[in-house]
Design a protein around this ligand. Sequence first.
Ligand SMILES: *Cc1c(COP(=O)(O)O)cnc(C)c1O
Length: 379
Amino acid sequence: MAVHAGDRPDRNAGAVVAPIYQTSTFRFPAAFSEAGARRTHLYTRVANPTLTQAGSVVSALEGGKEGRVFASGMAALSTVLLGHLNRGDEVLAPEDLYGNTVTLLKQELPRWGIAVRFVPAARGSQVGEYLSDRTRLLLVESPTNPTLHVYDLRAWARAAERAHAWLVVDNTFSTPVNQQPLRWGAQVVMHSATKYLGGHSDLLAGALVSGPGLLTGLDPFAATLGGTLDPIAGFLLLRGMKTLPLRMARHNENARAVVEELEGHPKVMRICYPGRASAEEERICRRQMRGRGGMVSLVLRGGLGGARRFLQGLSLFQVASSLGGVESLVSLPLETSHRAMSSEERERRGIADSMARLSLGIEDAADLVADLKGALSRV
Ligand SMILES: *Cc1c(COP(=O)(O)O)cnc(C)c1O
C-alpha cells in the first residue's frame, strides 16, 4: 500500500513516478462553465494534484477515507481545531502533549472563547469523568513525549462518542505502521509528517486523515487558513512514505535492541519505552500497537551534568531536537522541548533533569548500542 496507494496514470508522458505540480495556479477553460470550474484545479492553496496524492497515501495507510496534507504538523492541528470548534466549546486533553500543542490549547484557543480541560496524567483511562456538556473535541497523543506513556484509544473514543465529540489522535510517534487510531474509533488522525512519514529530516509537513465527509467539510476553512504544503515538499513526503513500513520495522527493532541492551546498566536509572510504565500500559500496548516505535528515553545517573557528559561522549548520535529520521538523534528535554516548563511541573510529569531522549534511526543496532555504551562509560 505504501508503494502503490499513490499510483495515478500520468497521461502526459507515462512517468512511473508522479510529477511535481510546482505551480501556484492552473489554466481555466476559455469558456467558463460551472461544471468545468468544479473539475479544474484553480489555485494551489485550494488544491494541487501532488498534494491531493500525498493526502490519499496518508489516508490509505491510516485506513481512512479522506486525507489532507499541510505545511506542518501545527498547521494540520490548527486547521482541525479552529475549523471544528466554536466559541463556548471545550477541548478535553491530557497535559502530556507536544509543547506547541499545549501552547495552542492553553494560550491561543482561549482568545477565541474556546476552553480547555486537562485530564490528569494518571486518570487517562477515566477520561469519561471529565466530559462536560460543552466538550466538542478530545485530543490525545500516544505514546507521549518524552516519557512514552500510552493512552487507551478505545476508552478515549468511547468518551468522545458519549459526548458526540470528535476524538483527534496525534499519531506522529506511532505512525500507521504501529497503530491505526481510526480502528479504535477516532474521528481524525493528525501527523507531524515532518517526522516518520517524511522520514529523512528534510521537510516540514503535516497531515489529517478521517472517515468519510469530515475533512471535506473542513476544506473551505483549510484553504482560508492557508497552511498549504509546498508541492516539492509534497513530493518528498510521497517519496518518504513509500519506505515507511521498511523504516518503521527497523526503528522498532533498534529501539527494542537498545532497551534490551541497556536494561540494568549501572549508569541508567530508568528507561522509558511504551508499555514499561505499568501492567495496564503493557496491556494497552498489546491491544492497540503492532510495534512500539523508535523512541526511548533514558534517565541517567549524575543529574544534568551526567546527561551532558553522555551527549558529549556520543559520536553516531547527533544532538538535535525532532525525531523520526533515518539518522539517530538525541536531545535533553530539559534543554529543548520542555525548557519553558517549571521544574515542579517537570518533576510531576516524570521528566528528570538527566533525561536523554533518543530517536533511534535505521543504522545497524550493534553500532548504536556500542555508541551508547561508550558514552555511558563517561557518565
Ligand atoms: C513535531 C510534532 C508536532 C508538530 O509538528 P511540526 O511538523 O513541527 O509542526 C506535533 N506533534 C508531535 C507529537 C510532534 O512530534
